[in-house]
Design a protein around this ligand. Structure first.
Ligand code: BGC
Length: 251
């Protein structure tokens, strides 16, 4: 079954129909810059454009860069503050035949466990998405613990994502750093997470995952480290999978 997947990021909103049986995009994804300010109504309009582009009015899953409890967004570190306490299902669902809203890193993890780097793996997997912020997801024996926010652990005097997000090396940040400095910071962050979580596997995703060849070998941890197999599409695919799961549980 195809379900529309949308991933709202700090710099772009991306969407495509997803073949939920194969985890592949059923059509090329469409990306539009995240509007500024990125208010719920401005983002809803962009999602509408993306859905129009694909002539889609069926069910959808939408990944947002914040904590989501029962469809309500609770935090908004890298998106307009207006998202906090918004019922995102009501705000974004109008044009779809049912919508499920999920945290973006949780979505990426669902996709990686089902179709990507975590497929068939037991034990504890920590998925980290590096982009404008740092998203985290924890999976134990295939089951997700939702809404972990390890990008917001205090690290070096502030949120870890301010210290180690990949926006720092991608020209998005005012005070950018070089790749080696960024790798050192990520390694330090992974070591810190390992003192708290002891995962068997780290999966590294987000916008930076498309360049994993360039830096992957320099990442070190006690746990194995793999790149997200679905790369930056994991959020789109996982959002659609979350919608499928919710539809199945409502039947
Ligand atoms: C948010 C997370 C999100 C991550 C990646 C963080 O700032 O708090 O919920 O998963 O950014 O977008």
């Amino acid at each position: 079954m195809d379900i529309f997947g949308v991933d709202i990021g700090g710099s772009g909103v991306k969407g495509a129909p997803v073949d939920t049986a194969s985890g592949e995009l059923a059509a090329e994804r469409k990306r539009i810059d995240t509007p500024l300010p990125s208010t719920p109504s401005a983002v809803a309009a962009v999602i509408g454009e993306i859905a129009d582009h694909h002539q889609w009015s069926g069910p959808a899953g939408i990944a947002v860069p914040g904590v989501v409890q029962r469809g309500v967004v609770r935090t908004a570190a890298n998106i307009d503050d207006g998202w906090v306490d918004i019922d995102a299902v009501a705000a974004l669902g109008g044009r779809f035949d049912g919508v499920t809203v999920v945290n973006d890193a949780d979505a990426a993890a669902l996709a990686e466990v089902r179709f990507g780097a975590g497929r068939g793996e037991s034990g504890v997997i920590v998925v980290l998405t590096f982009g404008t912020g740092i998203g985290s997801a924890v999976i134990n024996d295939g089951k997700l613990l939702p809404n972990t926010e390890f990008g917001h652990l205090e690290f070096h005097g502030g949120a870890a994502e301010l210290y180690a997000a990949s926006r720092l090396v991608e020209g998005e940040a005012e005070a950018g750093i070089g790749t080696e400095e960024w790798i050192d910071r990520v390694n330090e962050y992974l070591a810190y997470l390992e003192t708290l979580l002891w995962p068997d596997l780290f999966v590294i995703g987000g916008g930076i995952s498309k360049r994993f060849e360039m830096y992957g070998e320099m990442l070190v941890a006690q746990a194995e480290i793999r790149p997200a197999a679905l790369r930056n599409d994991a959020g789109i695919v996982g959002a659609a999978l979350a919608a499928l799961e919710e539809m199945a549980s409502n039947e």
